[in-house]
Every structure is written in C-alpha cells, then in structure tokens.
Ligand binder design. Structure first.
Ligand SMILES: *Cc1c(COP(=O)(O)O)cnc(C)c1O
Length: 401
C-alpha cells in the first residue's frame, strides 16, 4: 500500500506552523509559506522601496496578475491565459455572474443551492436588484439542484464544495445537465482550488472563481481569481470595465475597449504586496501533484472520521461518509459546537465553527500528516470527555468565528 503521507513528508518544512499548534483551518486561512516573509520583505524593500514607480516595469508588477493566473490555471484544469487574478472572490463572483447572464439574454433565473456561501447568494441578489427586469435568484437544497435545472435557468451558480459540510457537487455531471438545458455554469472553487484536482476544461465549465487565501496559502487578503472558458473569452463582457481590463490602459482612451481573453476581467491596480506572498505560495504548488494530494487528503479525512466517531459519540458526522462526495474537510455537528471549538483551540488544535452547530476541520496534506490527525483526535476526545468546553469563557462569541 502506498504511504500517501510520505509523499508530503518534506513539504511540512515549507510552512511556518507555530510551535504546539495543530492547524486544521487551512481551508479558511492557509498558513504562511516560510519563503513568503522574505518574498514580501523583498517586494517592500527592494521593489517598492528602491524602484518606486519603476517597479511596475522593472519588477514586473503589471504582468504579475496574468503570470500568477497561469500558475493557478494548472491547478484547476484550465489553459494559460484563461485565468485573471485580482480583487476579492465576492467581486469576481459578481463579475462572472453578470457576464454569464448577458450571454443568455432571454433567460432570467440564476439557480443555486441553499447551502451556498452567503456572499455568493448576496452578490446574486444585489445583481438581480440592479438589473431589475425580472431577474431572480432561485435556491434549492443541494441534492435537488440537478432536478431543478430547466429552460428558465440562465446560469447555474454553485460552489463545488460546501463550506459547512464539505459535500461536493459533481461538476462535470451538473455542467453537462445545465448545458443540455441551454444554461451556463459558474463554479465557485473557494474550497476546491488546492484542495482536490479540478478540471474545468474536462467538465466544460463556463466560468469559475476562487480565492487564494484558503487552501492556496496566499495570505490574509490575497487576491481572488476568475476563469473564463476560452470559447466565451471574446463574447464575455467584463462588466466591471476598469482601466486595467482595457485593451490599451496606457493609451488613456476616453472609451472602453476590452483586452483579449480573461485579461479583460482585471479591474484596477493589482495588490502588489499580496501578490508577492501568493507568488511564494505558488512556488510550492508548482511542484504538487494534485492526484497524489487528493489521495493523501482522503486518507487523512478517513482517519479523522474513524477516530472521532470511536472516541466522541456525541458528535454527529455532518460530511458525506463517501470520500468521493466530499472535499478536503470534515465537519461534525454538536449543539455546543462553538464552545467546543474554543476549548479545542485553547488546547492547541485549531479548527473552526460555522453557525448554527458545525465543527469544521480542514485537512491539507502539505503540512498535516497521520500523526497530527491522531493527536487532534485525542485532544478532541479529551475536550469532550472532560467537558472542557463547559466554561462560560468559551461561550462568548468573537467577531470572527
Ligand atoms: C471564502 C468564500 C468566499 C469569500 O469571499 P471574499 O470576497 O474573498 O471574502 C466566497 N465564496 C465562498 C464559497 C467562500 O468559501
């Protein structure tokens, strides 16, 4: 049997993990790649500090979003030139959704699932409000999505992996179904990029967007990315028609002309310092085999589920039991979930809580191995057996959970 953890035994040293911490929250904010500190310091001191405005050319800042986009493209099964980096995921979802709707002008329905991450639903609601003319967002339970696709649907907007439960949609099957009904698809890859192999090209996806601060480890505030299928690249309108998506930004023309392909989805000045951190993270990703990563991730998740179910009978599995239907996270339910997570963090195991009752744990083989899974399971078992969570201090809700 292959020891999947061994494949990644060397990558742990590439991350700074604080002493005494088992980090099971890389699905929310990835840890810092060791080289990121030096890369950001260099960008600040040698580039911004010394080059000043000449850094846009000399340090290649202006070309950076496209270069980073091409490196992300490999991880999500898309071709060079089809991914642009910048802004935040909320903005990229809005932009992709608006562009997709325009490609189906005779239809009015955005179909999503009720488990989708709120910002995606909020952005869709806001867009419908701005558009008026009968545009509306329809949400159905995740398991009813396929059956709800009909010829009223302009865009099927889904997050591939559910942020709460880790439930994974079948991207290829749902995309095929949407296309058969004449609809386009927008896939949110927030919990997919860097978590599992994604093949947008093979699935025939039309648009996609994702963030780089979760599994990709680009750091807090790292820019988002947007994918436009090459077959739509010339027809898709940028919608947020900022000057850096213009065909010739430095011609300073009075009227907008779109750049070629995904480059038109750029909006304004790129976050140069954040991109420096992301660049350091992608140095690691360039060498990762996503299929090997997936095998290791599944093994870690299975180990955690078995361990927790054996040791913590009051926790109920909220994730699909079948690994093929799951992303790279495992969630359990408990009415005191918030307090349990706070107690667990105090014991050095960082997971997170998602309302109303979800305890969520992300598994990222780059820096988590079987030994960490066992240790985390043992700590959780102790928190439950000794009721360490049953303490008023753990019931006080912080601003960010
Ligand atoms: C994390 C996440 C977001 C976050 O959007 P930001 O604009 O980066 O804050 C959006 N959608 C999904 C599905 C997410 O998981």
């Amino acid at each position: 049997m292959t020891d999947f953890s061994a494949t990644f035994s060397d990558t742990r040293a590439l991350f700074h993990i604080p002493e005494g911490v088992i980090y099971l929250d890389g699905n929310s904010l990835g840890p810092m790649p060791v080289t990121a500190a030096e890369r950001v310091r260099q960008a600040v001191r040698d580039e911004w500090g010394e080059m000043l405005i000449t850094g846009w050319n000399r340090a290649g800042w202006m070309a950076q979003p496209a270069r980073l986009g091409d490196r992300i493209a490999r991880l999500i099964g898309s071709e060079p030139g089809s991914v642009a980096v910048g802004d935040t995921l909320s903005i990229k979802v809005y932009q992709a959704l608006a562009a997709a709707l325009e490609l189906r002008p005779e239809r009015r329905v955005i179909l999503s699932d009720s488990g989708n991450f709120p910002t995606d639903l909020y952005m869709a609601e806001g867009l419908c409000q701005s558009l008026g003319r009968g545009y509306r967002l329809r949400t159905v339970p995740p398991e009813e999505v396929a059956a709800a696709i009909d010829d009223s649907v302009a865009v099927l907007m889904l997050t591939e992996v559910d942020y709460r439960t880790g439930r994974k949609h079948d991207m290829a099957a749902l995309t095929a179904r949407a296309h058969a009904a004449g609809a386009l698809t927008l896939w949110d890859l927030a919990h997919s990029a860097g978590a599992l192999p994604v093949d947008l090209g093979a699935a025939g996806a039309d648009f996609a967007a994702g963030c780089t601060y979760k599994y990709l480890n680009g750091g807090p505030g790292a820019p988002a990315f947007i994918y436009v299928a090459p077959r739509h690249a010339e027809a898709a309108r940028a919608v947020l028609s900022g000057w850096l998506g213009h065909a010739a930004p430095f011609a300073f023309e009075p009227s907008y002309r779109p750049a070629q392909g995904a480059e038109r989805m750029r909006v304004g000045t790129p976050p140069v310092l954040q991109m420096a951190a992301l660049e350091a993270a992608l140095d690691i990703w360039d060498a990762v085999d996503m299929h090997a990563l997936r095998a290791a991730s599944v093994a870690l998740c299975e180990q955690f589920i078995a361990g927790v179910e054996a040791a913590c009978p009051t926790l109920t599995l909220a994730s699909p039991r079948n690994a093929d239907e799951r992303g790279s996270q495992v969630s359990f339910r408990h009415p005191e979930g918030y307090a349990i997570i706070q107690a667990l963090i105090a014991e050095g195991v960082i997971g997170d809580f998602r309302a109303p009752d979800i305890l969520r744990f992300g598994f990222t083989p780059l820096y988590i191995g079987p030994a960490e899974v066992d240790a985390a399971t043992a700590t959780l078992a102790r928190v439950m057996k000794q009721r360490l969570w049953d303490d008023p201090q753990y019931r006080v809700r912080a601003r960010v959970t």
